[in-house]
Ligand binder design. Structure first.
Ligand SMILES: [Zn+2]
Length: 480
C-alpha cells in the first residue's frame, strides 16, 4: 500500500489508526495554534448536514437561531458560583485590547448561559413572552491542557447550544426530553451510532444544572464518548440573572430553563465507529458524496462511448438527488482511484468498463461490505437508492452489535476492574447512590459513571464498592 493509504490496522493501534484516517482522508489537520484544529471541507460538509437536519427539527418546533458575542464579562460568569467554578480552569481570558489593559477581563465563551440569560432578563416580561426558545451555532473555547485529539478534544470546537425559558417546571422537563430525543434521532438515524440515554450523576452534571441528561456511546477501543447533553437548569440561573415574568395570576415568577447541545466531536465518533483498515466509511445520509463513478479507461472507439455513458449515469443520479462525483481524470489509474475513494469513505462506487458497456450494465461496489453487484442500466437509480438505505441500516446494525458486545454486567468490584482492564466498554454495576463510592472508583480506576440509564435495570447485587444496598444499575466506563 502506498503512503497515501492507511498503514495502521484499526484493531492493532486504534489511536494511530484514527489519526491516520483523519489526516489522510483530509478530514482535519493540526492548526499552527497549539490545541486547535482545522476542519477540512469533507468533514465540514458532514457538519453542514447535521446543521441542516437539526435546524429543520428545531425550527419545526418553534426554536429560532440567534447569535451572541463570543466575549463574556467576567462578572457574568462569576454570578453563578457553581457554574464559574466548573468552567474557570479552562476559560481563555482577554485582558488587553490593543495596548490598553481592559478594566474587566472578558472570557472567550466556554458556553453562553450567562450572557444569554442576562439578556433574557431584559426580554422576558410577561407570560406572553414565553416560552422563549433560541439556538446558536457557534464556536466554543475551552483551554484544554490534556493532549489534543482531533475532533474529540481541541481548545476550540463548533457546536450548537439551545437555550429555552418556560413558565412551568413541567414545560422545562418536556423540553429537556424533547431535545435529548431529537439528538438521539440525529445520531442514530443519520450518523448510524447507537446511544444510551439517561441522566448524569450529580458529580458529572453540568455546572449549575438541576440535572443533566446525556447520550453516551462506546467507541471501538472501549472508551465511552458523550455524544450530546440536555440540561434541566431549573430556576438556578433565572434567580441569579433575575429572569422573571408576570404570570396570568399577576404575580412575579422565575422562569424554568433548559440548555442542550451537540458538537463537532460527533464527526470524530462517526470516523471511529464506522471506519476500517481502508479508511473512512461514511453513512450515506451524511456523506457529502454518496456515489463515485469510475470509468475504466481503454483505447479505441469505446472510450468515447464509456465517457458518454458515465456522464449519462451521473445525470440520472444527480436528477434523483444523489450527490455524485464522476472521476474521469486521465492521470490516475482506476486502482489508485478505488483506494482514494475508499479512503474517503464514499458509500458506493460505480465502475464501467468495455465489457460492462457491451453487457448493458455497471458494477456497483459497496464501501461497507466490499460486495460487488452487477446492475443493469435500467436499474441503476433504483439500486443506488436501495443501497443507500441498506448501507445506512447495516452501519447502524453493526454499531449496535458492537455496543452490545462492549457492555458487560459485573457482580463485584474485582470483576469490574478485570473487565475494565481487559475489554473495557460500558460496565453495568450496582451502585448505592453515594458519591463517595463513585469517587473511589474514579480515583482507583479512572472510570466514571457515564449514565444512569432511563431503561432501569434492577440491581443484581449490593453496591459493588461499599457492599451497602444498591439503588440502581449504572453504566461506568473510561471516557474520552
Ligand atoms: Zn456504595
Amino acid at each position: 500500500m502506498s503512503d497515501t493509504g492507511v498503514t495502521v490496522k484499526k484493531n492493532v493501534d486504534f489511536s494511530e489508526w484514527y489519526v491516520e484516517v483523519v489526516l489522510k482522508a483530509e478530514l482535519a489537520d493540526y492548526a499552527p495554534v497549539k490545541g486547535c484544529m482545522i476542519i477540512r471541507p469533507d468533514a465540514y460538509a458532514v457538519w453542514e448536514k447535521l446543521q441542516e437536519v437539526v435546524n429543520q427539527k428545531i425550527k419545526a418546533t418553534g426554536h429560532r437561531n440567534t447569535y451572541f458575542p463570543m466575549f463574556i464579562p467576567e462578572a457574568f460568569l462569576k454570578k453563578e458560583a457553581e457554574h464559574f467554578a466548573g468552567f474557570t480552569p479552562e476559560v481563555a481570558w482577554i485582558t488587553q485590547g490593543g495596548d490598553t489593559p481592559l478594566e474587566e477581563r472578558l472570557a472567550v465563551r466556554p458556553t453562553s448561559e450567562t450572557i444569554m440569560y442576562a439578556m433574557f432578563s431584559k426580554w422576558v416580561r410577561s407570560w406572553r413572552d414565553l416560552p422563549l426558545k433560541i439556538n446558536q451555532w457557534c464556536n466554543i473555547v475551552r483551554w484544554e491542557t490534556k493532549a489534543t485529539k482531533l475532533f474529540l478534544r481541541t481548545r476550540e470546537f463548533l457546536w450548537q447550544e439551545g437555550h429555552t425559558a418556560h413558565a412551568t417546571a413541567e414545560e422545562g422537563e418536556i423540553e429537556v426530553m424533547w431535545a435529548l430525543n431529537m439528538f438521539k434521532d440525529v445520531i442514530e438515524n443519520y450518523l448510524a451510532i447507537p446511544v444510551v440515554l439517561g441522566t448524569k450523576s450529580d458529580s458529572e452534571k453540568f455546572a449549575g444544572a438541576l440535572y443533566t441528561t446525556a447520550l453516551e456511546s462506546i467507541m471501538p477501543d472501549g472508551k465511552a464518548l458523550q455524544m450530546g447533553t440536555s440540561h434541566n437548569l431549573g430556576q438556578h440561573f433565572a434567580k441569579v440573572f433575575d429572569v422573571k415574568f408576570i404570570g396570568e395570576d399577576k404575580q412575579d415568577h422565575y422562569v424554568w430553563q433548559t440548555s442542550w447541545g451537540i458538537t463537532t466531536r460527533l464527526i470524530g465518533a462517526m470516523i471511529m465507529v464506522h471506519g476500517d483498515d481502508k479508511g473512512l466509511v461514511m453513512p450515506p445520509k451524511v456523506a457529502p458524496t454518496q456515489v463515485v463513478i469510475v470509468p475504466i479507461p481503454f483505447k479505441g472507439q469505446e472510450a468515447e462511448a464509456i465517457a458518454a455513458k458515465t456522464k449519462e449515469i451521473q445525470g440520472i443520479l444527480t436528477a434523483k438527488g444523489v450527490s455524485v462525483i464522476l472521476d474521469d481524470r486521465q492521470e490516475y489509474t482506476p486502482g489508485w482511484k478505488f483506494h482514494q475513494w475508499e479512503l474517503k469513505g464514499i458509500p458506493v462506487r460505480i465502475e464501467l468498463g468495455p465489457r460492462d458497456l457491451k453487457a448493458g450494465q455497471v458494477i456497483m461496489v459497496r464501501r461497507d461490505t466490499g460486495e460487488k453487484i452487477p446492475v443493469k442500466e435500467a436499474d441503476i437509480a433504483g439500486t443506488v437508492e436501495k443501497l443507500m438505505l441498506d448501507i445506512q441500516d447495516n452501519l447502524l446494525a453493526k454499531a449496535k452489535a458492537i455496543l452490545q458486545e462492549k457492555t458487560t454486567l459485573v457482580q463485584s468490584y474485582e470483576e469490574f476492574k478485570t473487565v475494565l482492564d481487559s475489554k473495557a466498554g460500558f460496565i453495568k454495576a450496582a451502585w448505592c447512590g453515594n458519591p463517595e463510592c463513585e469517587a473511589k472508583v474514579k480515583d482507583e480506576t479512572g472510570a466514571t459513571i457515564r449514565v444512569r440509564p432511563f431503561q432501569k435495570e434492577e440491581p443484581t447485587t449490593n453496591c459493588i464498592i461499599c457492599g451497602q444496598k444498591a439503588k440502581e444499575t449504572v453504566y461506568f466506563a473510561r471516557s474520552y
